[in-house]
Write a protein that binds this ligand. Structure first.
Ligand code: DAH
Length: 338
């Protein structure tokens, strides 16, 4: 058995010298150390040895195993080194090539417009607040002086959820939440999403609004006009014409809609403005006393105004997009242009 072990060692060392690839090395390893390997076989046969011989042969077998393990390890390292050197010789990296530039993301066009609107109003002293998109009928309608049978509810095609909840149809409910949380004076804008069952060239089921609210001791209607005229000039340019038309909203009295002169034809009349020269951009009015009562403000003590505008509509006027649904198709060829 001693001779056999020595023969195995010599044979294996000789074979190792001839190995040129890691595949060949692995086959050789299996030939000796595998489950049916030559060395493994000898180790298995040790049980048959007599009690005197077993420790002697056992010691030798261990020595052979250690020596071979080391030799295999060394062969593996030398193969790896050779491979690496070969790679270094044949492969090259051109360090003079310019690096790849990271692609910068940028704000979605609707967000760009929203940020501009926010900047104009915050600079006039309005504070930005937000509120939930899942609302109750109370905040979305009732507290805004829109009782269940009120015809104004028909104007809003509402996404109803369960348990009296709904997706807010406008950002006006945040007026109520803000007034419940603070005493006058209040001067806020509310940017965010609103939802209506609507889908055509100028409507998407989700859209953005900016709601505004100002409440103080004496707030004349002229102050509302002043704020909105200043906004429109900054947003659309100094040459922009504006007009206020009487309108109706349940939460304001009196109410108005504001038009600006068409940005496409500059007021001459074209398809974009339906040949009127004017484009409606927002609704507004003096806060209805009923709304103040709903939040325990005393309408004898305070007055105020509110307004609400659609951000996509304004982005449209800025960028002249014929179909606002393209804002939400996520086509990068479209979005990269802004
Ligand atoms: N909530 C209205 C809408 O979505 C917009 C609006 C009109 C808001 C007049 C107001 C307002 O605060 O006073 O159509």
């Amino acid at each position: 058995m001693k001779a056999e072990l020595e023969a195995i060692q010599a044979e294996a060392l000789e074979a190792l010298k001839a190995v040129k690839s890691s595949n060949a090395l692995e086959s050789l390893r299996i030939e000796y150390f595998g489950r049916k390997g030559k060395l493994t076989d000898v180790m298995k046969g040790m049980g048959q040895l007599s009690n005197e011989k077993r420790p002697i042969i056992g010691k030798l077998a261990n020595e052979v195993r250690t020596a071979l393990t080391e030799a295999f390890e060394a062969a593996k390292n030398s193969l790896n080194n050779q491979q690496q050197e070969q790679q270094l010789e044949t492969e090259s990296i051109d360090i003079t090539l310019p690096g790849r530039k990271p692609a910068y993301g940028k704000a979605h066009p609707v967000m760009q417009t929203l940020e501009r609107i926010e900047a104009i109003f915050t600079q006039m002293g309005f504070q930005v607040v937000t509120g939930p998109e899942v609302e109750t009928e109370h905040y979305n309608f009732d507290a805004l002086n829109t009782p269940p049978d009120h015809p104004a509810r028909d104007l809003h095609d509402t996404f109803y959820l369960t348990d009296g909840h709904l997706l807010r149809t406008h950002n006006s409910p945040v007026q109520i939440r803000a007034m419940e949380n603070q005493k006058p004076p209040v001067r806020i804008i509310v940017p965010g999403k609103a939802y209506r069952v609507d889908y055509d060239v100028s409507h998407t089921p989700m859209f953005h609004q900016v709601e505004g609210l100002l409440v103080d001791r004496h707030v004349p209607f002229s102050e509302l006009k002043g704020v909105l005229v200043s906004f429109a000039r900054q947003m659309f340019g100094d040459q922009t014409q504006m007009r206020f038309r009487p309108h109706f909203f349940p939460f304001t009295e009196p109410s108005a809609e504001m038009d600006i002169s068409c940005t496409v034809c500059l007021g001459k009349g074209c398809r974009s403005c339906g040949h009127t020269g004017w484009i409606e951009i927002l609704g507004a009015g003096a806060v209805d006393p009923e709304v103040f009562r709903a939040v325990n403000y005393d309408p004898e003590e305070v007055t105020g105004f509110a307004f609400g505008m659609g951000v996509e509509r304004i982005a449209n006027l800025q960028f002249r997009i014929p179909d606002i649904r393209t804002f939400y198709e996520n086509d990068l060829r479209f979005l990269h242009q802004f």
